[in-house]
Write a protein that binds this ligand. Structure first.
Ligand code: DQA
Length: 147
């Protein structure tokens, strides 16, 4: 039997990690973080797929395509976190566990980052842990899948 799939989604501007605001987001690239998540998933016998997009609709299409195909979703929605209710609704229509992930802690930053529209449909939020958060988010998935 093939391994359950965890879908890791990265929202707008996360393709710039490594160059973008290193004081806030660190110097590791998105590829580095994906490798961390993939290794943690593999340890638990899970496959990891990753998609980064700067477009809300592309992320929503990927969430729809994950229905019935992927066991869990880990998502760092970038700034879409704070206003993209269509992303909320798409995640709400996904049956498996959803983990919200941020490198920084948005609630300790500017007031406009304090609202997360993803939080109500997530089983957990991992924030403020930098790159270690990618491992932590997979650990939450592993717990929820009972692996
Ligand atoms: C972020 C936090 C968001 O507020 C911001 O817009 C991002 C990155 C993070 O990982 O800390 O793009 O999701």
């Amino acid at each position: 039997m093939s391994a359950p799939i965890v879908l890791l989604l990265s929202g707008p501007n996360l393709n710039l990690l490594g160059e973008r605001d290193p004081a806030v987001y660190g110097t590791a690239t998105l590829d580095d973080h994906v490798a961390t998540a993939r290794a943690a998933a593999a340890e638990a016998g899970l496959d990891l797929e990753h998609l980064q997009s700067n477009h809300e609709g592309v992320l929503i299409d990927a969430i729809h395509a994950a229905r019935g195909r992927c066991a869990a979703i880990v998502i760092n929605p970038g700034a879409l976190t704070h206003y993209a209710w269509s992303l909320h609704d798409a995640l709400d229509a996904f049956a498996g566990p959803v983990v919200e992930l941020h490198l920084s802690d948005p609630k300790a930053r500017e007031p406009w980052r304090h609202l997360s529209v993803v939080e109500p449909v997530a089983v957990a939020t991992v924030a403020g842990r930098g790159g270690a958060g990618y491992r932590d988010a997979i650990a939450v998935v592993v717990d929820h899948l009972g692996r």
